[in-house]
Ligand binder design. Structure first.
Ligand code: SF4
Length: 219
């Protein structure tokens, strides 16, 4: 009997990964991914950006509204804030590969103007998309991974990850026999969501302080 199951019902990107090739092959293949239902409503896959020689990989949660429209990660307001914080911490953007734990935008439509409001991905969606992030890590082999927010941390360190407990220190994990160094901090969009100017300033300074830990670990 022919299976009527759609590929996205399997909740894994694995069948869409190319057998060989570097970042260009991965990017082309990810554009066709239907490994979970998120591709249905999003405009396009937003794959990572940067070179295979990048020393640091910055991992966010998922593309936002602007990223979904433009097809590039971290090009919206949170991306601009991240660029400023990186410069202040002394990390050269040319040394950085930026990507997300989940490659498609997840959103809900807010009435009455039908604005697209970001919705956090579920653990199931993050797990489905995990093969793309693992493939990026295997190609780039960064000296350091910066986890921007809880979703990135859960994607790479497990569901018990908490930013508040992990941030600002150099963490380590071993994967496929390779030791990886990681630094966790908040997602830049959480700085933008702060209640008032004082909270925003404190959140921004916390982000820069964590990124300085990353910069020291790289130097
Ligand atoms: S979110 Fe990830 S697994 Fe789901 S369709 Fe997009 S690329 Fe594939």
């Amino acid at each position: 009997m022919v299976s009527t199951k759609a590929p996205e019902d399997a909740y894994t990107a694995e069948p869409f990964l190319p057998e060989r090739g570097g970042l260009p092959a991965l990017r082309r293949a990810a554009a066709e991914c239907r490994g979970c239902p998120l591709h249905r409503d999003a405009t396009q896959t937003v794959f990572g950006a940067g070179t295979a020689n990048a020393r640091v990989m910055l991992v966010g949660e998922q593309p936002g509204d602007q990223e979904d429209r433009q097809g590039k990660p971290f090009v919206g307001p949170a991306g601009r804030l991240l660029d400023r914080a990186l410069a202040e911490a002394g990390i050269d953007p040319a040394d950085a590969y930026v990507t997300n734990a989940v490659k498609h935008f997840k959103f809900t439509r807010a009435e009455p103007r039908k604005r697209r409001i970001h919705k956090a991905p579920t653990l199931r969606e993050m797990t489905a998309c995990g093969p793309w992030l693992a493939a990026e890590l295997a190609v780039v082999e960064p000296e350091l991974i910066v986890l921007l927010g809880a979703s990135a941390g859960k994607a790479l360190l497990g569901s018990s990850f908490r930013v508040g407990e992990a941030r600002g220190a150099v963490l380590e994990r071993e994967i496929h026999g390779r030791a990886e160094k990681l630094v966790a901090t908040v997602h830049p969009s959480s700085v933008l969501r702060a209640q008032d100017d004082a909270d925003r300033k404190a959140a921004y300074e916390g982000l820069v302080s964590d990124l300085k830990v990353a910069a020291r670990a790289l130097s």
